[in-house]
Design a protein around this ligand. Structure first.
Ligand code: PLP
Length: 644
């Protein structure tokens, strides 16, 4: 890798924090939780007991380093999680009040969205005042919910496939007065619930998850529609009613559950899904089920792009609109039928936790695409192809860009062909590649003046962009970028009153060509490159990937054996100070090796034997052996990431 580090910072000149704010769209995607200070640092804005407080992320990074933790770090800001819980609950409360809706809202957080202990503890503790509950999709998640929720007005919703042991746990919760619902995903679950209920003598709270025909836009549209793998068909719903009646348990059926999909970008889809759910609810009331709860699942989106549109990673509505649309639809559906308003339940995951976590990492190196040295003139005996290529370079103008592009690639390839056949030297090939690169650079510079730009010329800025190597693993920390082409806001967290002059893509430190970030939301469009600052000598350059609190930590994997990053949770105080409420050391190399079933002790012993044999064979001294064993042991205890 060629290292490019400028000695001096880029000129501050006219560039301001506001320019950076516009470039990186921070005021569009951050819901005002983040902004840029006059000093050019990203700041988190939080509400401390009604008082607005701002803290620079760079100050937090300094604090993290002082405590001996290295990058990369997942930083959680506890206040932001609390604020999201408050905002969601209060938005529903306001919509309920405004529409004179005759029941209340109960939120439940789906544990799968972020299972980390601190996140769940905070939701359980802070959420208690709103009776915010938890959704469990497995036995392990139910065990989390049962141990964390202290407030017994908060719901536990059990989705997913439930065996007898799962059902028994939920029934015990019921007996202790915890409102724990079993939501039937399949018909096969009902006989188990009925049988265990009879054996233990505890009545269950039953919900039915229905398969809505309403389809949604966005990536997760297969959670609804006829081919959805989740939920009961209309016919299966009737079978549930019959089986419950036969068991004298129809009175246990109290909840209708549906989930249209995650990250629904278009409010119209939500409205029509809710309308359909209301008709199912009314149908169940007509069948004699007592009902009382309508659970609308997740789907409330996060505007990762900040474009406020119905594109996949955005949303064309605001939280207030989401709540009022739901409440209005329920009222419009139930009032004419004289059906009592149900408790509204929603399982918002990403909208609750995305904002509070960010991935922070340092840039290790930059590879630019600068052409090497090009002479003022070519030697007399140069290859014809080189001479022609040189002429192309000298003739570029805004009205012949495509022609120069075509010719440049043609002559460069001719020289490469000659090299293949042994008719051009290494130096001639290097010269051809250098001149071609200079041509492409010049074309890219002149593109804004061109009248028409072909798709291949359009791709040039990305092709010629710098590669910034970041100290993180995409597969561990940002898996949805790899799996779903998810767009997250990415930007430097400092130097934002300097103009970022480099066009860059970001590569991680795995050895995988998929380990890169090359889609960025910028000024209302998706750009293939991100504007970044040149590195400064002896100074770290930190980037932040924002809104990563949902799904990323949970779905990350061990590609190339890069493990969990360090995680730090801070709580910001009224006076602008912050407490490090949690610090988790990321995985050591020994940890990740044991995940893939190596025994670090045995590995040490095997390495010891190799070193001992090397001593016997006279290849190393005993002192050297000791040094090597120590290095081996220290590495096992060290971080899987790059350490300075
Ligand atoms: C049943 C259920 N509820 C809630 C959620 C959370 O969705 P979101 O994160 O979009 O709020 C999901 C996720 O897909 C889900 O499957």
């Amino acid at each position: 890798m060629a290292m490019e580090k400028t000695q001096a910072k880029a000129k501050k000149s006219h560039w301001t924090a506001d320019d950076s704010a516009a470039l990186f769209g921070i005021r569009d995607w951050s819901l005002n939780y983040f902004d840029i200070s006059e000093q050019g640092d990203v700041i988190a804005h939080v509400d401390c007991n009604g008082k607005p407080v701002s803290v620079s992320l760079l100050d937090i990074v300094e604090g993290i380093k002082e405590r001996g933790l290295d990058m990369p770090v997942v930083l959680r800001i506890e206040n932001l999680l609390d604020q999201r819980i408050k905002t969601l609950n209060e938005a529903f409360a306001t919509a309920i009040k405004n529409s004179d809706y005759q029941n209340h809202y109960r939120g439940v957080f789906p544990i799968k969205v972020n299972q980390q202990c601190h996140v769940i503890e905070e939701i359980a503790n802070y959420g208690a005042k709103y009776h915010h509950g938890l959704e469990a999709g497995s036995k392990a998640e139910l065990i989390i919910a049962l141990s964390q929720l202290q407030d017994h007005n908060s719901l536990i919703i059990c989705n997913g496939y439930k065996d007898a042991a799962f059902v028994d746990l939920g029934l015990y919760a019921r007996q202790m007065g915890i409102p724990c619902f079993f939501v039937l995903e399949t018909l096969a679950e009902l006989p188990i619930i009925i049988e265990r209920s009879k054996v233990l003598g505890i009545e269950p709270l039953v919900g039915v998850r229905i398969r809505l025909a309403s389809m949604v836009e966005g990536h997760w549209n297969e959670d609804s529609g006829d081919r959805s793998i989740f939920g009961l068909s209309t016919n299966a719903l009737l079978t549930v009613i019959e089986q419950l009646k036969q068991a004298n348990m129809l009175h246990c059926l109290q909840m209708l559950h549906c989930h249209l999909g995650s990250q629904i970008p278009n409010i119209r889809n939500i409205r029509s899904g809710v309308l359909e759910a209301c008709q199912f609810y009314a149908g169940l009331v007509e069948e004699g089920a007592p009902m009382g709860y309508l659970d609308l699942g997740g789907g409330l989106a996060v505007d990762y792009e900040g474009t406020q549109t119905n594109s996949t990673h955005s949303m064309n509505y605001k939280l207030d609109e989401y709540c009022s649309n739901i409440i209005e639809t329920l009222k419009e559906s139930f009032d004419p039928l004289g059906i009592a308003h149900p408790v509204i339940v929603s399982e918002s995951g990403r909208a609750l936790v995305a904002y509070s976590s960010m991935l922070l990492f340092n840039i290790l190196d930059v590879r630019d695409h600068k052409p090497g040295n090009i002479p003022d003139s070519l030697p007399e005996d140069s290859l014809d192809q080189l001479v022609n290529l040189y002429a192309v370079m000298q003739n570029i103008q805004s009205n012949n860009l495509q022609e120069c592009y075509n010719d440049s690639l043609y002559y460069r390839d001719e020289v490469r062909e000659l090299f293949h056949r042994g008719q051009a030297s290494l130096r001639e090939r290097a010269r051809a590649e250098n001149i071609n690169l200079a041509v492409l650079k010049r074309i890219a510079e002149l593109l804004p003046q061109a009248k028409r730009i072909s798709p291949e010329l359009e791709d040039l800025p990305e092709l010629l962009s710098d590669i910034y190597y970041g100290n993180f693993s995409l597969f561990q920390s940002l898996p949805d970028i790899w799996a779903l082409d998810q767009v997250f806001p990415v930007m430097p967290i400092h130097r934002l009153n300097e103009e970022p002059t480099r066009n860059a893509v970001i590569a991680d430190i795995t050895c995988d060509c998929d380990g890169k970030v090359d889609h960025f939301s910028s000024q209302g469009t998706i750009s293939r490159t991100l504007k970044l600052h040149p590195l400064c000598e002896n100074e770290e350059y930190y980037l932040g990937v924002f809104l990563v609190g949902a799904y990323q930590e949970t779905l990350g994997d061990l590609h190339n054996l890069f493990g969990d990053t360090n995680v730090v949770s801070v709580h910001i105080n009224e006076d602008g100070s912050f407490d490090f409420v949690r610090e988790f050391q990321g995985d050591s190399i020994a940890d990740v090796l044991s995940y893939v079933e190596y025994d670090p002790k045995i590995m040490q012993e095997q390495f010891r034997r190799i070193a001992e044999k090397a001593v016997r064979d006279g290849k190393i001294s005993v002192a050297m052996r000791q040094k090597m064993l120590l290095a081996f042991r220290e590495n096992l205890q060290g971080s899987t990431y790059f350490e300075r």
